[in-house]
Each structure stands twice: as structure tokens, then as C-alpha cells.
Ligand binder design. Structure first.
Ligand code: MFK
Length: 558
């Protein structure tokens, strides 16, 4: 049968399409206009538009082909162990786009000073979804740059940083971060990999790494325990491992298998054995967690920016669909409950956007000599932004599936992928609970005062606090103070405190931005987002309920 002779099938719903994702993004555009100098925005704007165009096209092309997955080929035809990882097309092209758009390098561009990080993360945000999580190894690379700079190891920096920051795809290096082991995912202190000297006095690593997301890279930073150094996190050291030797052979690395993951399937996450891999200490042969911490904070910022990118993609598709899909005699976008649902999600997204890009701005300031107050604020807000946006991305992706009805549950619409991928954000780089406890660590002493003081200053800039933002933040501080001497109770409510601080600070930022957009752009949409966000409630505090918890977890025995 000729295709032209096929019987008419009646109504067919067109799938959602994307316009240039930069042109279309009010939150991003108004934010960049407020914080970036005009000259930088004018030059970088060409790249943002190109990334936005690429993102729209990548969405279309992904719909017209069968999804690809990476493959591990362990043996060649003649029996030689090769452990070759074959990646998808988007991944093969990843280094070219990363170098061309400076997805790591622009963040360290000296000429742009403290603004470099905003420029960089605007690029990351625009490219993340289209990159098919190639941003994951880029995050590790950026984190490695931060850890190496903080280490003060001049020789390693001179050798490696020009590679990690290269704008030439043939010179660009990608770095992994190898921490997670079978015994230690969150509790990194249980790392069992051992560092031992060989006959020539060189360090070699022996052990098993359970999640290595960038074994395709040229190097990795890995935690290992110097032989005989004792137990615990303090006895760990941080090492740089180059994955291949001068002949291009694996540096004592055996790739056991690729992970069969819920999402991020294009990302070839591997289990590996280190069998005498040559390694170089980054700093002292102790305090490895402290040495890797700058990396963790940078990768957690990437996590938050990528979570935002997923939210924005979900909202763009949901709105595009709501404008074209009709039900009950109207476009979905005209139905009161559907409209209210979408607007509430958009408001949450805009608040989260402000918090994440404020963290990005602070990171730039701190890296360019920012004072103690900026440092304390950055340390406190990074885990808050990471944990809140990770959860929110899952919620928005789940609502997105629902907003498409049955089509949102069908794999080749591309919608379920957003939800499966979003679920990585609350796990990757520390779970919600680990991050909530890190927030407690970061808020110790008078750091909480810096957060509240900064929020007060934002509310002054906003011209007032019409939504009880300061009160919500104050209540979180009071709970933190009142439970200071009862560690178990404090930990049991840490999520509520962290979420309240994240939401309260985000609301203060949104209030300031609402004033700016109203006065500078004659636009009341940010103010509307603030009203809806606040109406949804800022506080997420919970009272400790230790007895009830014990009854439920310990099977009735308090
Ligand atoms: C997209 C790709 C996805 C692919 C699938 C992914 C699946 C998941 C794959 C993974 O496994 S990703 C990695 C997830 N793991 C983590 O992110 C680690 C989570 N654990 C933590 O974050 C713990 O809080 C941490 C290991 C960092 C610390 O726990 P410890 O061992 O109890 O350390 P301790 O004694 O509290 O802190 C040691 C030092 O580090 C202290 O400094 P001092 O020695 O000077 O006192 C801390 O203050 C410091 N520190 C800890 N966290 C810090 C920090 N400093 C700055 N910033 C931080 N964030």
C-alpha cells in the first residue's frame, strides 16, 4: 500500500515543539540583564542564542530517532581485554561543544572577574538537557579545577589546569571524581581503596570504585587510604589519576561493567577496579575529605543549575502543549485548574532560579577575593540550593508527565525521560538528608546570622517584606538555636530547617528581583511569581517528634 493511500486516522495531536530556549526564557534573560555588565552580555549573548537554538533542534532530532545507549566492549575479537566504552553521538560531540562554548573554561575567565561564573552557568543551564548529561563529567572537571586550585599544588596545576580549561577540543581533558565505594557512598570515611608505594617509590592505587561517572575522561580525582594510615575520613588522601598511560593503555584500570540506571542512561557510569593505578597525591597524605570539599561544592552547584534546566524544559514543554491541546472545548491553557497548576510550578521555578544564580554569583565573588560574609553565605547556601532544587525538579518533572496525561507516560514522547533523569538530582552529589546535615554543619556558630542578615538587606532593596519572609527565616533560626544542645532532635528536623531557609532566602531574592523588573522593565510577572510562591507557604519547619518516630521505625518500642 502506498503511504498516500493510508486510511485517514482522524484527529492527531501535534507534539510540543520548542522555540530557541534562550529567546524564550524570561527568568534567565531578566536575571542576566540585572547582573551582567552590558558589554559581557552583548558578546556572550551570541553564544547563549546559539546554545538556545541547539537545544531546540536537539529536542526535535531526539524525537525522530531511536535512543542510543553507551556500550562497554570488554574483549576484542582475538581475546585481548580492551574495556572500550562506546558512547552516544551527543557524547562524542560533547567535548567539541564544551570547548567551543567554554562550558568549564568561561567560569575561570580572568577578564570577566566575578561575573565569569554567571556567564559560565548561563551556558551550562542552556546546554544541559541537550547535552544528554555530558554536563556530569564537565561538572567533575570544573570541580577538579577548584580542588586543584585550592590545593596550592603548583606543579599539578601547571600540568593539568590548561587541559581542563582548554578551548581546543583536541587538548581538552575531562576529569572524573572517584569517591563512591561499595561501603561508602555518603559515608566516604569508609573508603577502602589503598595507596601503596611501588619499588620506585611511586604511589599506586588498589581498590574498587563503585560509581565512576567519567571513566571516559583523561583523569580523575580519587580518594584512597595510605597503607597503614588507620581508619576514618581523616586518614584519606586525595590523588590524581591519569586514566591512560603514554601508549594510550589503561593505567591499571579494569572496567567491570556499566551501570543499568533508572535515568541518565546516555551517561556511561562504570564500576571499576584499580589494580595498581599510578597516582599522584594532590596535597598532604591526609584530610582527603577536606581536600575534595571544594570539588563537592562546585559539583553541587552544577547539580542545582542542571536541576533548574530540567525544570525549565519541563515548564516550556508543558506550556507549549497546554496552548495547543484542547479539552472540554478549550485549550488546556484556558482551563482554570490547569492554569493555576502551571502558574504555581512556574512560581516555584522562578524562586529556585533566583537562589541558584545567586549562589553562582557568590561563587564568582568568593573566587575573586570576596570577604568572610560572602564566604559564609556561599558555604551555607550551596547545600540549601542543591537539596531544594533537586527535590523540586523531581516534583515538576512528575507534574509534567501528569500535565500531558497518557502521553506523558509514553516513552517516545520524550516526557518520561525528564522524570527518570530528574531523579538523579537528589542522589548525585549527596542525598537530601546528607545535604541537610551538611547545611547544619555550614550554619554552625554565627553563620546562620549571616544568612538572615543578607536576607534582611535584600528585603530592604526589595522595598519591604509583604509576605512574612523575615518571620519564616527567623523561625528557622529559632529552631536551630533551641535544638543546638539536642543533636538527635536537631538532625531529625534538619530537612525542614534547610527547606525553610532555602525557600525564605529565595523569596527575599525574588522580592528584590520583582522590584527591579517592575521598575526597570515595566514587568509585573516576577511580582506575580513572588505572590504565588509565598501563598504556597515559605516555612517547611516540623516539630521534633522523637517518640513517634521511634514507635514507627523501631516497631513499637520507643
Ligand atoms: C549525573 C550523573 C549521575 C550518575 C549516578 C550517580 C549516582 C550517585 C553517584 C555518587 O555516588 S555521587 C557522590 C555522592 N557522595 C557524596 O556527595 C558524598 C556525600 N557525603 C558527604 O557529603 C559528607 O558530608 C562528607 C563525606 C563530605 C563528610 O563526611 P564526614 O566523613 O563525616 O566528614 P567531616 O569530618 O564532617 O568533614 C571532614 C572535613 O571536611 C571537615 O573539615 P575540617 O577537617 O577542617 O574540620 C568538614 O568541615 C569539611 N567539609 C565537609 N563537607 C564540606 C566540607 N568543607 C566544605 N564544604 C563541604 N561541603
Amino acid at each position: 500500500m502506498n503511504i498516500d493511500d493510508a486510511p485517514a486516522t482522524g484527529f492527531i495531536q501535534p507534539g510540543p515543539t520548542l522555540a530557541n530556549t534562550f529567546d524564550d526564557d524570561r527568568a534567565l534573560r531578566s536575571h542576566l540583564r540585572r547582573v551582567l555588565p552590558g558589554e559581557l552580555l552583548a558578546v556572550a549573548g551570541t553564544d547563549y542564542a546559539a546554545l538556545g537554538e541547539h537545544a531546540a533542534k536537539a529536542w526535535e532530532s531526539a524525537r525522530s530517532r531511536t535512543p542510543e545507549a553507551p556500550r562497554l566492549v570488554q574483549w576484542d575479537a582475538w581475546g585481548t581485554r580492551v574495556d572500550r566504552i562506546e558512547t552516544t553521538r551527543a557524547w562524542q560531540h560533547g567535548p567539541v561543544l564544551a570547548a567551543r562554548f567554554g562550558l568549564v573554561a568561561t567560569g575561570h575567565e580572568a577578564a570577566h572577574g566575578a561575573h565569569a561564573r554567571v556567564d559560565q552557568f548561563a551556558r551550562v543551564y542552556l546546554h544541559h538537557v541537550a547535552s544528554e548529561f555530558f554536563t556530569c563529567p564537565l561538572a567533575m572537571s570544573d570541580g577538579a579545577v577548584a580542588a586543584l586550585k585550592a590545593s596550592g599544588n603548583a606543579a599539578l596545576c601547571a600540568r593539568v589546569l590548561p587541559r581542563l580549561l582548554s578551548r581546543d577540543p583536541d587538548r581538552l581533558w575531562i576529569s572524573g571524581q572517584w569517591m563512591t565505594e561499595t561501603a561508602g557512598g555518603s559515608d566516604v570515611g569508609r573508603t577502602a581503596t589503598v595507596a601503596r608505594r611501588d619499588a620506585q617509590g611511586r604511589w599506586r592505587l588498589h581498590g574498587r570504585k563503585w560509581f565512576t561517572s567519567a571513566v571516559i575522561g583523561e583523569m580523575a580525582l580519587a580518594l584512597a587510604r595510605r597503607e597503614g594510615a588507620g581508619d576514618g575520613a581523616d586518614a584519606l588522601a586525595l590523588f590524581l589519576v591519569e586514566t591512560r598511560d603514554a601508549e594510550g593503555c589503561w593505567n591499571g584500570i579494569r572496567v567491570d561493567r556499566l551501570k543499568d540506571k533508572l535515568g541518565t542512561r546516555e551517561l556511561p557510569t562504570a564500576e571499576i577496579h584499580l589494580e595498581g593505578s599510578l597516582a599522584e597525591p594532590v596535597g598532604d597524605l591526609a584530610h582527603g575529605v577536606r581536600q575534595v570539599a571544594p570539588m563537592l561544592n562546585v559539583t553541587r552547584t552544577w547539580n542545582a543549575v542542571c536541576a533548574l534546566a530540567t525544570m525549565r524544559r519541563c515548564l516550556a514543554l508543558t506550556l507549549a502543549h497546554a496552548r495547543r491541546r484542547e479539552a472540554f472545548g478549550h485549550a488546556l491553557a484556558r482551563l482554570p485548574l490547569h492554569r493555576a497548576t502551571l502558574a504555581a510550578l512556574q512560581a516555584e521555578f522562578e524562586a529556585a532560579f533566583g537562589l541558584v544564580f545567586f549562589v553562582v554569583e557568590l561563587l564568582g565573588r568568593v573566587e575573586h577575593g570576596g570577604g568572610d560574609a560572602d564566604q559564609a553565605l556561599l558555604r551555607a547556601l550551596t547545600p540549601l540550593a542543591k537539596l531544594w532544587t533537586a527535590k523540586l525538579a523531581v516534583r515538576i518533572a512528575s507534574e509534567t508527565c501528569e500535565a500531558f496525561g497518557g502521553a506523558g507516560y509514553i516513552e517516545d514522547t520524550g516526557i518520561p525521560l525528564l522524570l527518570r533523569d530528574a531523579q538523579v538530582y537528589p542522589i548525585w552529589e549527596g542525598t537530601t538528608n546528607v545535604l541537610a546535615l551538611d547545611a547544619l554543619r555550614a550554619l554552625r556558630g554565627d553563620r546562620i546570622r549571616h544568612v538572615l542578615h543578607a536576607a534582611d538587606a535584600l528585603l530592604v532593596e526589595a522595598g519591604g517584606d509583604a509576605h512574612g519572609i523575615a518571620a519564616a527565616l527567623g523561625a528557622a533560626r529559632d529552631q536551630l538555636d533551641s535544638l543546638e544542645h539536642s543533636r538527635d532532635e536537631l538532625e531529625s528536623v534538619a530537612r525542614g530547617i534547610a527547606l525553610t531557609l532555602a525557600r525564605g532566602f529565595a523569596a527575599a531574592l525574588l522580592a528584590r528581583h520583582a522590584r527591579w523588573t517592575r521598575e526597570q522593565q515595566g514587568n509585573a510577572q516576577t511580582g506575580a511569581a513572588l505572590s504565588l510562591f509565598a501563598a504556597h507557604g515559605i516555612s517547611r519547619l516540623r516539630a521534633p517528634a522523637m517518640d513517634a518516630v521511634a514507635m514507627l521505625v523501631d516497631n513499637g518500642a520507643p
